[in-house]
Write a protein that binds this ligand. Structure first.
Ligand SMILES: C[S@@+](CC[C@H](N)C(=O)[O-])C[C@H]1O[C@@H](n2cnc3c(N)ncnc32)[C@H](O)[C@@H]1O
Length: 246
């Protein structure tokens, strides 16, 4: 839409904009899926399975296509790791609905555990967080339950993390998506999940690199400072912690 408005404006001024494509060197083989090189291979700009699952998330998520592509890729990897899939920070259920559909279609026996207040952020840290108590309150557990569906494989838990982890002490986790944005919620989520994460499993932090979430990076760096795991910071803003030793 914005592109069309800008194009219309430039047309009005008589300025023609064309994408310039450098020719392949003579004799070089054609690049498969060339239109997805912008400038590097960016499969989240394409169609296929990625797009089909992303469309389930899109109307309800704050998570951009490139970050959803990271989630989809790691979820497919997690199918081969013992344990369930957890998401801390569900909001309107966008990424949750996408992951639930993927688990269902894969015929996986894994369950998807979903944790949120569904009533907005709890109290936030006065100096570490930009978010404030009550942010993200425009949702409800009923609306999310309807949107996510797949009631047979989803376990939706409403309330404050870490209280809502009570009773799950014997859990095993293959993959956790921690998307709670704030310092204390990330530390509390990690403190419970990391010891229960299978070897070969991983945690994705959605907010690690966002300037609006300084508490997220502080919590992740603090948690892993003295542990044998070095989180991988991605250009999407996410970070991933892979568990290779206990
Ligand atoms: C950015 S939103 C999640 C976005 C979502 N994954 C999506 O697809 O758009 C962050 C969520 O974390 C939740 N949250 C943060 N701290 C929490 C805590 N301690 N307990 C429960 N929910 C929490 C908020 O209520 C909010 O809904």
């Amino acid at each position: 839409m914005l592109k069309q408005i800008i194009k219309g404006f430039l047309d009005h001024l008589g300025i023609e904009v064309r994408r310039v494509r450098l020719p392949d060197p003579p004799g070089s083989p054609p690049i498969p899926d060339r239109e997805l090189y912008r400038p590097l291979f960016s499969p989240w700009l394409g169609g296929g399975d990625f797009r089909r699952y992303y469309e389930l998330a899109a109307p309800k998520t704050l998570v951009s296509p490139d970050r959803c592509h990271v989630l989809q890729t790691l979820l497919r990897q997690a199918l081969h790791v013992p344990g369930d899939v957890w998401e801390c920070g569900v909001y309107k259920g966008g990424t949750a609905g996408m992951m639930a559909a993927m688990l269902q279609d894969a015929g996986s026996a894994k369950r998807l555990y979903l944790f949120d207040t569904f009533a907005g952020m709890p109290e936030t840290h006065a100096t570490k967080d930009w978010h404030r108590q009550g942010d993200f309150a425009d949702t409800s557990v009923e609306a999310v339950t309807r949107h996510v569906g797949h009631a047979d494989l989803c376990v939706i838990s409403q309330g404050f993390i870490p209280e809502t982890f009570a009773g799950l002490e014997d859990s095993r986790v293959a993959f956790a998506h921690i998307d709670v944005d704030i310092y204390q919620s990330i530390l509390d989520s990690l403190a419970f999940i990391w010891p229960r994460l299978s070897i070969g499993g991983f945690v994705v932090f959605d907010d690690y690199g966002f300037p609006t979430c300084p508490g997220a990076r502080a919590a992740v760096d603090e948690f892993f400072k003295d542990r044998p795991c070095v989180p991988l910071c991605l250009s999407t803003g996410q970070a991933i912690a892979f568990k290779s030793v206990t």
